[in-house]
Write a protein that binds this ligand. Structure first.
Ligand SMILES: [Mn+2]
Length: 307
């Protein structure tokens, strides 16, 4: 992976937000909401590996989607990184201002960063056009079942913060671990918080992740925010993340789930979070995971642009 002086854009798309942009990719290189370091390097790695698609052609190429026989990334731009200097609150207000300032027809696609950034992203997207449902593709629930008051935003309670913004029944979890623990005596609290939140389509459900099961869990005809925590993938496909999952969705399944959601709903904002690696990591496994994350970003962007 050659280091050049100039930062590449995601997939080599234009590096500024144009008035007619339909998808705005941007980085949120922040790790305020996690005890682990490395999540701040997500945009760095994913931008670098996204060059793969055009690297055979010296960085400039027309790409074709073989499935639709159509163009790729037409209307996508890279809005750069949201600066993460200062406090979490300052980061959140910069995220809010950035999203609010985007052209009306464009869909923001954020690359984190740890999972806590989903909360200010949802708030900003919801402020432009009301979201009916947030879908978390995540191995973990990120739901707070301890205490009476909701703790300050952290990557472990981000779904609770999002649910608090959208109201009851509007959060769907897909790919979560089916066996969940809570503190002794708090199992009932977890169950009632989950009932309040919405639907869960865990790993190893009876209906798998086919189109019918996904449409049933997510619904149809709604404005949807999609958050992909990369640990929803099994560790053999994603170990460059804070909490790799022994078991999880296969990459192909994950893409299928995203396409099903997009076919039946309108995605008005999305993110890919929790890629994590040391800045100087160059081992084959980290690079393969970053390449996979870049490919997922490609799918997500194409889904936004073509459905
Ligand atoms: Mn998460």
């Amino acid at each position: 992976m050659p280091e050049t002086g100039e930062e590449p854009t995601f997939f080599g798309v234009p590096g500024h937000v144009t008035a007619d942009a339909r998808a705005v990719l941007f980085g949120v290189p922040a790790a305020f909401g996690t005890p682990n370091s490395g999540a701040e390097n997500g945009p760095f790695f994913i931008r670098r590996l996204s060059k793969y698609y055009k690297s055979r052609f010296g960085g400039e190429a027309d790409l074709l989607d073989l499935r639709a026989r159509g163009p790729v990334l037409e209307g996508a731009v890279d809005g750069g990184d949201i600066g993460h200097a200062g406090s979490p609150a300052e980061l959140h207000s910069r995220i809010g201002a950035f999203v609010a300032g985007l052209p009306e027809q464009s869909v923001p696609i954020a690359v984190g960063g740890d999972h806590s950034i989903t909360a200010p992203l949802v708030a900003a997207v919801h402020g432009r056009r009301p979201i009916a449902r947030a879908v978390f593709l995540d191995h973990h629930l990120d739901v707070q079942c301890w205490g009476e008051e909701l703790d300050p935003l952290y990557h472990t309670n981000v779904a609770s913060h999002v649910a608090g913004m959208l109201g009851p029944g509007r959060v769907t979890h897909i790919g979560v671990e089916p066996f969940q623990g809570a503190e002794v005596g708090r199992g009932g609290a977890l169950r009632s918080r989950l009932d309040e939140l919405g639907r869960q389509l865990p790993l190893h459900g009876p209906d798998g992740f086919g189109a019918a099961a996904v449409a049933e869990a997510v619904g149809t005809g709604q404005e949807v925010y999609l958050s992909v925590d990369l640990d929803v993938l099994a560790a053999h496909e994603m170990s460059a993340t804070g909490y790799p999952s022994w078991d999880g969705l296969r990459f192909t399944e994950l893409v299928g789930v995203i396409e099903t959601i997009a076919r039946h709903n309108t995605i008005t904002g999305c993110d890919i979070v929790e890629f994590a690696a040391a800045r100087d990591a160059r081992d084959p496994s980290t690079l393969a995971d970053a390449g996979r994350a870049a490919k997922l970003l490609m799918h997500l962007t194409q889904v936004v642009l073509t459905t």
